[in-house]
Design a binder for this molecule. Sequence first.
Ligand SMILES: [Zn+2]
Length: 334
Amino acid sequence: MNLYATLKRLCLISSPSGREGAVREEISSIISPFVDSVSVDSLGNLIALKKSRTEGAKKVMLCAHMDEIGFIVNSIGEDGAVRVGTLGGIRLAAASYTKVISQRGVKGALCANADVQPADYKADTMYIDIGAKNKREAERYVKIGDTFVCEPSLSKLCFSRVCGRPIDDRVGCAVLLELAERLSGVELSFDVYFVFSVQEEVGCRGSKPATFAISPDIAICFDVTATGDTPSAKPMACALGGGAAIKIKDNSVICHEDIVKALCKVAEAEKIPYQREVLTFGGTDTSSMQLTGCGAMAGAISIPMRYVHSGVETCDMKDVAACVSLAEKYLLSL
Ligand SMILES: [Zn+2]
């Protein structure tokens, strides 16, 4: 597979939290030839299993989330303005005055009330203009509870950088798909569960029951992390082009020391570019996998990304390739 082509294929399918069906079908069809079984649990998590021949083998769970941030319609004004709440931590100032598209394919412009300054944008001061003159017209195209997402796109920038959305976390899904292909002919001494989770953006929900059902010994999350390499960014050591980011800590997790050490050791031995990640905000499925059931030894390989949760999420395909190599070599070292 070509990593960029896979990423683009996944980015162009919209799947806000709780509405992951379309991207799940695509991922399911890509991963099926490389694993022994594929199933969907009651929340909608996609679980692909590559079984070991070893009796009583340990279980390794690899997880990336399928959902993306979005909007959900909560009312329609008499003037035809579609009012929405947010699904996940949308940066409204970054998302405003862009095109959005609904689950029914209705296009609109996400705008802010004219008397509100960008720093004060809240969901209830935003609206979607779908071109309707009044409520009756709007109701022909939009229903309460419909979801909207920022229009998907993916473009190449200079060098190996790419820009668009929702790279968070289709890039993690693309890493897992590439990994599944690379491992498909390899005999491993442990079971590998490739989990594509739902509803991460609204509080790491899907990965909890998936982890409970699997009860993994080791759990590794693949998601994006912020960087400190843009003008006036919060101080942070991670940078685009610095390689795979090995998570040590974020706001919701302290990764297991042995996993951090093992990942760093593999990266050094295999000469895979890597950087150590301490994120002072945010969280991912790493924490829910660590804390569900009896708990798991948890860690994360993060893909460095600028402008997280905006319409211009930007990452470096060389970092993405480093994440695949690190995960592959780490699993082969177990
Ligand atoms: Zn994410």
